[in-house]
Design a protein around this ligand. Structure first.
Ligand code: PHE
Length: 461
């Protein structure tokens, strides 16, 4: 079990916490992957981008880019046993490459801060709706009132800020407790509950909703709606939903013991995440179509439409409450992983303890999040790249920073890291290894670059 850098194990590597085993890692990595991206973002992106065309490109991106990037990212983290910035520097040193590879880790930490700042605000919406659902305030609500309720929430900067503050506190408390007592314990408790609630909702969708229409909306191939913008959005969604391109999986991989096969576990995680997105999408659209609602409602889709469904169905108070508990749990286990690269970096590179690092990093992200919360109301007129702060952050992170980060990660894993080291970490058969290696060397980078280029082509015409 030699450590990179010539068999010398430095003390902070030896004292790192680790997942208790493969299951602990699979739960934590799935907890990271499954989140608002699956339950809130995937349905509205599908609705906005024309349904099946988006879904099919998204699935293709998961297979040819997402999964190989995920394997690469976890393997870099595990090999280095360090936070993402240090991991890249250490592995580059080991391979006698430029120390500037460190910047990939740093850029990931910045991307994480951007993502968590708005992710936490959206999770705050869900907390607000969780309380509303549990008090039965959606009873018999109509379309107009549901829209008004959400607009009212967005207009209330203080309310948004308070929920965001609560969610950041929930997140940072877990992160501060560390890998074992915090991250793994939270995921072990929350992930099974998540699956149970999803199954319940799906059952409701089948019995009461329009599942047939949901299936055809999501899967009947209709490529007439395919544009470079839709393709980029699908790729961005693949990165976002798998938690790749910013170091979250690298950080989680760094707590993985050496005897676990990365190829196999990454497949489990990607499969769980994809299944969850598809099933959540089907449940949401079955309810949406079953109640004659619009599928292209944008980020407000879940917020506008589901209260109507919950307000009008038998047992809706309980189902509605469970649904928002589901989203909050899912968001929580993801938010923890978004903060992890920054916190582990801060704790390992400075004299701060993990708890202090959580306060510092959490504090910065919280502050940026307040700006996001206010961008819906008091600071509405502020524009970044012609978009509101919320949309600009989401676009920048999902469609630019994560794919670029992923590109650098596959480039490193395919061209800088030695083949022997990669094989040692992945632990899979020869054929699969050869397939992975050629995919990260040629296919994934080419696909990412082509998708970027197709978009610039459109913008310049
Ligand atoms: N994958 C998470 C989701 O789907 C979000 C996330 C993005 C988590 C980036 C970590 C890193 O909600």
């Amino acid at each position: 079990m030699s450590a990179p850098g010539g068999g010398r194990v430095d003390p902070d590597v030896r004292s790192r916490g680790h997942w208790s085993g493969r299951l602990g890692f699979v739960l934590a990595a799935s907890g990271s992957a499954i989140g608002l991206g699956n339950i809130w973002k995937f349905p509205y992106m599908t609705g906005e981008n024309g349904g099946s065309a988006f879904v099919l490109v998204y699935l293709a991106c998961i297979a040819v880019v997402g999964l190989p990037v995920m394997m690469a990212e976890i393997l870099l983290g595990r090999r280095a046993q360090r936070n993402p910035a240090r991991a890249m520097a250490t592995l580059a040193h080991e391979a006698r490459a430029s120390k500037h590879w460190r910047l990939v880790g740093i850029a990931g930490i910045v991307a994480g801060a951007i993502i968590l700042s708005y992710y936490s605000v959206v999770a705050g919406w869900m907390l607000d709706y969780l309380v509303r659902a549990s008090t039965g305030s959606f009873g018999n609500i109509g379309a107009q009132d549901a829209t008004r309720a959400f607009d009212g929430l967005l207009a209330d900067g203080l309310r948004l800020s308070l929920w965001h503050t609560l969610f950041m506190l929930m997140t940072m408390v877990v992160v501060a407790r560390g890998v074992h007592r915090g991250l793994e314990a939270a995921n072990r408790a929350l992930m099974p509950a998540l699956v149970a609630i999803l199954v319940l909702l799906l059952g409701y969708g089948v019995v009461e909703g329009d599942m047939a229409r949901a299936v055809s909306f999501m899967f009947d191939a209709d490529f007439s709606k395919l544009t470079p913008g839709v393709i980029l959005a699908a790729m961005g969604q693949a990165f976002f939903t798998l938690s790749i391109g910013m170091g979250a999986m690298m950080a989680y991989g760094s707590y993985l013991r050496r005897d676990v096969s990365i190829a196999q576990t990454a497949c489990y995680v990607a499969a769980a995440d994809t299944a969850f997105a598809i099933l959540a999408g089907l449940a949401v659209f079955a309810i949406v179509f079953g109640h004659g609602m619009a599928s292209a409602a944008g980020p407000g889709l879940v917020m506008h439409t589901l209260p109507i469904a919950f307000g009008n169905m038998p047992g809706g108070t309980v189902i509605g409450f469970l649904f928002f508990v589901l989203i909050v749990f899912a968001a929580w286990t993801s938010a923890i992983s978004i903060a992890e690269p920054g916190v582990s970096w801060c704790a390992e590179q400075t004299r701060l303890t993990r708890a202090q690092a959580s306060v510092v990093i959490g504090g910065i992200i919280w502050l940026v999040g307040i700006a996001v919360a206010l961008s819906f109301n008091a600071w509405k007129d502020f524009r970044l790249f012609g978009l509101g702060l919320f949309d600009a952050f989401d676009y920048l992170a999902s469609n630019v920073m994560l794919p670029l980060g992923g590109l650098m990660i596959v480039a490193f894993a395919g061209w800088v890291l030695s083949s022997a080291h990669a094989r040692e970490e992945l632990r899979c058969g020869d054929r699969l290894f050869a397939l992975w290696r050629s995919t990260v060397r040629y296919v994934s980078p080419v696909v990412i670059v082509l998708i970027f280029l197709s978009l610039t082509g459109v913008m310049s015409t």
